[in-house]
Ligand binder design. Structure first.
Ligand code: HEC
Length: 155
């Protein structure tokens, strides 16, 4: 099919621009790449929260787009536990504490609780429940901070 191929070519070109490398054959995740990827996802989450934070500060009205943005947080939360496999504690600078790997089950639990919280945030946003959204936003912020306290070294 034509369309997917041209899309791939475009994506490939973009990847080369950003990372300065070619597209290799499918390979297992290399730890440095995985560390980079999980940090980028976290930065995205931070930016998403910062955008909603403008609303929380009362500087803009509620935006219908918050629902989809919260769904992006759901996607991140869903993948998070799998982005810290054994061995990805090195290979690139990482702030993941040793406990992420030593207590992988507890870490997984923390990612699942984030998933529940942001799923609720998305539901409230979709329903246009502003009061509920505001309260849940605070819950999510606490969830981020709680996990960082436990599992992330100071940045
Ligand atoms: C389940 C635990 C957990 C939750 C929940 C969590 N984080 Fe993180 N976060 C981490 C860990 C671990 C790192 C360190 C990753 C690394 O350096 O390899 C991190 C790193 C970060 C970073 C730094 C990324 C970088 O550039 O190095 C930011 C920003 C961040 N998180 C934002 C958030 C936000 C916003 C939320 C809530 C929406 C959140 N995190 C929820 C565990 C979590």
């Amino acid at each position: 099919m034509k369309a997917p191929r041209s899309w791939r070519a475009l994506a490939g070109a973009a990847a080369i621009c950003v990372f300065g490398g070619g597209l290799g054959a499918d390979a297992a995740d290399d730890p440095a790449g995985l560390i980079k990827y999980r940090q980028v996802l976290m930065q995205q989450a931070e930016a998403t929260m910062a955008g909603m934070g403008v609303y929380m500060n009362g500087q803009i009205d509620f935006k219908p787009g918050f629902a989809d943005q919260a769904l992006a947080l759901v996607a991140t939360a869903r993948d998070l536990a799998n982005l810290f496999p054994p061995g990805s504690d090195k290979g690139a600078p990482t702030n993941a504490k040793p406990d992420v790997f030593a207590n992988a089950q507890m870490f997984r639990g923390a990612t699942m609780r984030l998933g529940q919280d942001v799923t609720r945030l998305a539901e409230l946003a979709k329903a246009g429940d502003e009061a509920g959204f505001k309260a849940q936003f605070v819950v999510v912020v606490d969830r981020c901070g709680g996990c960082h306290e436990r599992f992330r070294a100071p940045l």
